[in-house]
Design a protein around this ligand. Structure first.
Ligand SMILES: Nc1ncnc2c1ncn2[C@@H]1O[C@H](COP(=O)(O)OP(=O)(O)OP(=O)(O)O)[C@@H](O)[C@H]1O
Length: 331
């Protein structure tokens, strides 16, 4: 039996801006296997959330092309009611900011119960309450009976994120998407939430997409990592390879821009991710951020090359790339 849970093929998600459609996710192909965590990293604006929202069918006005096979079924064009059946049931998402994702006027217990009313209509009120208490315990909320009747603003940020996780795992989804789940939390709480996601993944044996800009989180959590730049995957590999043998200039730049042993100075990546409308669509999209490289180092139409089994890198520029500071040392 196939181990593939999610298979995305040539996905293109475009938004209409002023005069036309511009792709925020551009020709993305990837798989998520059962019981694995796929990390997705990239700077702000690189298209990570647009990709996650595409999988969840949460873009209302975007144009979507390509395929997203979930459990073998292409969900790019399924009806709204089909998607509603899947969301919160077979696939669920943990959002960045629990305060905006939770209803401020609704008690915690009622918010978690909603998912059962929607997806498990035969459950009695008593059964729902028992299951909610069980879930609150599972995600490590102390005094769950008391918290059941509290409002979101009465809980700390970490506790609210636990509630979000309880909602997401309520129906034991096969696929869990966590979009920067710890960004809004302080460091100690971050570690607890990540531990919780890892434990829950093992318990419910789901596949997880973990979106983050934090390479430390990816190193800790992911089995495989996709590095996304300007809407495209520029490198994908298992986590060990990605950290030990990164190839793409963007991956290497990212890795050098966080503190590491023996590194006396942090690398700064030139410029910023261009806005959707101004994104270069021809040639290597990262080229303008490594201007010291020769144009001939880049491919005209960069594709993903499989450099060793399971390790893909876009464009040939990785072959001659070195960080600018290393180049000037050599000169
Ligand atoms: N609904 C939308 N309409 C128009 N443009 C959008 C829309 N959603 C996202 N974008 C644009 O798509 C690009 C990718 O955005 P996205 O939010 O996916 O990036 P991200 O990598 O998740 O960033 P962050 O880490 O800041 O959340 C950005 O240029 C963003 O402005």
């Amino acid at each position: 039996m196939s181990n593939k849970l999610l298979e995305i093929k040539n996905l293109k998600t475009s938004f209409y801006i002023n005069d036309g459609y511009y792709a925020a996710v551009d020709d993305v192909t990837l798989t998520v296997n059962k019981n694995e965590i796929l990390g997705i990293v990239g700077e702000s604006g690189s298209g990570k959330s647009a990709l996650a929202f595409s999988v969840m069918g949460l873009h209302t006005r975007a144009k979507m092309e390509g395929n997203i096979f979930f459990n073998g079924e292409d969900i790019v064009n399924v009806s709204k009611s089909e998607l509603n059946k899947m969301r919160g049931n077979e696939m669920a998402m943990i959002f960045q900011d629990p305060l905006t994702a939770l209803n401020p006027l609704m008690e915690i217990g009622a918010q978690i119960s909603e998912t059962f009313i929607l997806h498990r209509p035969t459950m009695t009120r008593r059964e729902r309450k028992d299951r909610v208490i069980e879930l609150l315990k599972m995600v490590g909320i102390p005094r769950p009976e008391y918290v059941f009747s509290q409002f979101p603003h009465e809980l700390s940020g970490g506790m609210r994120q636990r509630v979000m996780i309880a909602i997401a795992i309520a129906n034991q989804p096969k696929l869990l998407i966590a979009d920067e789940p710890t960004t809004a939390l302080d460091v100690t709480i971050q570690a607890q939430i990540l531990d919780l996601i890892r434990e829950l993944k093992a318990t419910i044996e789901s596949g997880v997409i973990l979106i983050t800009h934090d390479l430390g989180v990816v190193a800790e959590m992911a089995d495989r990592v996709a590095v996304v730049y300007a809407g495209q995957i520029v490198e994908i590999a298992n986590v060990y390879t990605l950290f030990k043998k990164p190839l793409h200039p963007y991956t290497r730049s990212l890795l050098h821009s966080v503190p590491a042993d023996g590194q006396d100075k942090l690398h700064v990546i030139h410029g910023i991710v261009p806005s959707l409308k101004h994104l270069p669509r021809e040639g290597c999209r990262f080229a303008h951020r490594i201007p010291w490289m020769d144009a001939s180092d880049h491919e005209e139409n960069p594709i993903l090359h499989e450099v060793e089994p399971g390790h893909y890198v876009r464009c040939t520029c990785y072959k001659n790339f070195s960080l600018q500071e290393d180049e000037s040392k050599e000169a």
